[in-house]
Design a binder for this molecule. Structure first.
Ligand code: GLU
Length: 390
């Protein structure tokens, strides 16, 4: 398998910074906010209350109850605690799901651009990733016709995120319904809905594909606390799945990590009981992300030759920079998204991620989960560096 390019670019930026270089990192998708106070207090209390022993493999009962409450309150989805498995980050949740569901040779449809780890996770399970290419002009969204055309008797799973990493686009209720209708026509086909960016949605409403009766028993909803609650380091993700799948993931997890961290779990109970409709912690972060999005959008639109769409969620831009391919600055030729990411890192001091990591070599990914001041400076540097390419 290939190494994670999001993490590799982040490590590279850290290394340059440690050498004293002035690098602004727009590479990793990580909120720059601190975890809300109430959640930190819950963690401290968990230590004082001696929640320091092995928790149950799929997570504490009160946490799984709180997650069911969250799904009912925020998404209109009904689950029992037995259908919830809490893991060490949504990444582990996705990994276990794919290990449990995919046999060698099973096909997994991954609309492109996709989040970097989907394809490698499928490859480790000896599944066959089937890429369905979407277009910037269509907001990078897959159509029901494209999906139908990609399905074969070997197709077992469709994986996508909405709001999307890396494009920031999201599927409307109608679009999800149309996808659900395609899935419902094929037996044995499951959907992995990655909703980790749920709370970073600028349209006011998050939609889950699991809401549609025709597919409700075939959807595995993945979520976690990293992005919406600024809790990346706590490493908590979870699935809500059909019972047999949850049981399989639970069995696998029992052999792999036993369970995830007891203290982080107790902190997550507090996060799950925060109502996003009233929580100022969640709403303030979203408002700030939206202000940054608007600012970065204006600055990107102002760079000649860059094509960009206005994202509706998450905290990424995925601009098409391919009009600069084939151009040079001194001896340096920029021929693809990897060259571009390294050019911007080394010549402008801005870390991004090459679009090829997400399946689209025309683009690069910029995370705007950093301060307005840093973003302004980063965009100024990018504009100047691109202007030097002749
Ligand atoms: N999901 C984040 C990103 O895409 C974190 C890094 C990773 O796990 O890939 O940047």
């Amino acid at each position: 398998m290939a190494a994670s390019e999001t993490l590799a670019m982040t490590a590279k930026a850290r290394e340059l910074k440690a050498q004293g270089k002035d690098v602004i990192s727009l590479s990793i998708g990580e909120p720059d906010f601190n975890t809300p106070e109430a959640i930190k207090e819950a963690a401290k209390k968990a230590i004082d209350d001696n929640f320091t022993h092995y928790p149950p493999v799929p997570g504490y009962a009160d946490l799984r109850e709180a997650i069911c409450t969250k799904f009912r309150r925020d998404n209109g989805l009904e689950f029992t605690p037995e259908q919830i498995v809490v893991s060490t980050g949504a990444k582990q949740s996705i990994y276990q799901l794919v290990q449990c569901l995919i046999d060698p040779g099973d096909e997994v449809i991954i609309p492109t651009p996709f989040w970097v780890s989907y394809k490698e996770i499928v490859r480790v399970a000896e599944g066959v990733p089937v890429y369905v290419t979407t277009k910037l002009e269509n907001d990078f969204k897959v159509t029901p016709e494209q999906l139908e055309a990609a399905i074969t008797p070997r197709t077992k799973l469709i994986m996508f995120s909405s709001p999307s990493n890396p494009t920031g686009m999201l599927y409307t209720k109608e679009e999800l319904k149309a996808i659900a209708e395609v899935v419902a026509r094929h037996d044995n086909l499951f959907v992995m809905a990655d909703e980790i960016y749920e709370h970073i949605n600028f349209t006011g409403r998050h939609e889950s594909i699991g809401q549609f009766a025709e597919v409700k028993d075939r959807v595995i909803t993945v979520n976690g606390v990293a992005k919406g609650f600024a809790m990346t380091g706590w490493r908590i993700g979870f699935i809500a799945a059909p019972l047999e799948i949850a049981k399989a993931c639970n069995k696998l997890q029992g052999q792999v990590t036993s369970a995830t961290c007891s203290i982080a779990q107790k902190a997550t109970v507090c996060a799950m009981l925060m109502d996003p409709a009233t929580s100022s912690d969640i709403q303030d972060m979203r408002r700030i992300f939206q202000e940054r999005r608007d600012m970065v959008y204006k600055m990107l639109c102002d760079i000649p030759g860059v094509k960009v769409r206005l994202p509706q969620g998450a905290f990424y831009f995925f601009p098409d920079v391919s009009s600069y391919y084939g151009k040079r600055c001194g001896d340096r030729v920029v021929s693809n998204s990897t060259d571009m990411a390294f050019y911007l890192l080394e010549e402008a001091g801005v870390a991004t991620v090459m679009g090829s990591a997400f399946g689209d070599d025309n683009c690069i990914r910029l995370s705007y989960a950093t301060s307005e001041e840093q973003l302004r400076e980063a965009l100024r540097r990018i504009k100047e560096a691109l202007a030097r390419l002749q």
